[in-house]
Design a protein around this ligand. Structure first.
Ligand code: B1M
Length: 211
């Protein structure tokens, strides 16, 4: 079985096809880390590039993201030890009061596609939940998403809570979402801002000195 098939199915966003392919790969004993590192991750990076060039659109990127997630869900129980390269852990969430999920989920998939281990806390995540997750998981990056002008201040409150709990200096903090700007990000003391999901993965790598 060829890795190109994984690549093609992620690019097509063929969820059912990739599920069947992944089950087949597992039953044939294919190297899981190779499927992820040489098949799924480069494919998702290609999707990000095509989106940035204007050759793919958000619904297509979402289909690719779901295909990659479906394959990962089948592969994860078969990952042995430290066979998959990780660029570091990321704690990700949509901030308190905000239920918008789609963009944040895409950001998570692009981060996974860039080799990060993503812990998605979901939506309406309070500053305390971010702090507790950082304490438990010791991530390299905290990513926050907000889609409402009324919930943007919760990003600042979360950064304050991370500072007060003494964990802020060990983290790279990345923020984004439709109403968020680079100026707003620096005004609340975030380390970085990205306009879209591929940009978030790239910015996280840049801030960690990985590119
Ligand atoms: Co809401 N909503 N919504 N909504 N909703 C918006 C955001 C709005 C702009 C619509 C409008 O009025 N034109 C408006 C916000 C106005 C404002 O504050 N500026 C709005 C409103 C007002 C509301 C409610 C208050 C409506 C009401 O009840 N009166 C309510 C609030 C609920 C709450 O959160 N407490 C509400 C509810 C909802 C639904 C539940 C119905 C649904 C969300 C469903 C879900 O997510 N599961 C919803 C939706 C779907 C939207 C729109 C239509 C689409 C949002 C979306 O998914 N976009 C939106 C209007 C619009 O954007 N056209 C709207 C696609 C997604 C891929 O893009 O999320 O921007 P986006 O993510 C991008 C980038 O922003 C960036 O990368 C992503 C991918 O490239 N990005 C990051 C995002 N997070 C990032 C993090 C990063 C870096 C980049 O670093 C960590």
């Amino acid at each position: 079985m060829h890795l190109e098939q994984f690549h093609a199915k992620v690019l097509l966003g063929d969820r059912e096809g990739i599920e069947a392919l992944t089950h087949q790969a597992v039953s044939e004993g294919l190297d899981v880390s190779e499927v992820i590192n040489a098949g799924l991750i480069p494919a998702m990076q290609e999707v990000g590039r095509l989106y940035e060039q204007g050759d793919k659109f958000i619904p297509e990127m979402l289909m690719s993201a779901r295909a990659m997630q479906a394959s990962m869900a089948i592969l994860e129980p078969h990952i042995v030890g430290d066979t998959v390269k990780t660029a570091g852990a990321v704690v990700l969430g949509t901030v308190e009061g905000d239920l918008h999920d789609i963009g944040k989920t895409l950001v998570g998939v692009m981060l996974e596609g860039a080799g990060f281990e993503v812990h998605d806390l979901g939506t309406d995540v309070s500053p305390e939940e971010f702090v507790n997750s950082v304490r438990d998981l010791r991530p390299a990056v905290v990513g926050m998403s907000a889609l409402l002008t009324t919930t943007m201040p919760a990003m600042g409150r979360t950064i304050e809570a991370l500072k007060e709990s003494g964990v802020r200096d060990d983290l790279v903090i990345l923020v984004g979402g439709a109403p968020v700007t680079a100026d707003f990000a620096s005004s609340i003391g975030a380390d970085g801002f990205a306009e879209d999901a591929p940009g978030a993965a790239r910015r996280a790598q840049e801030l960690l000195g990985l590119r």
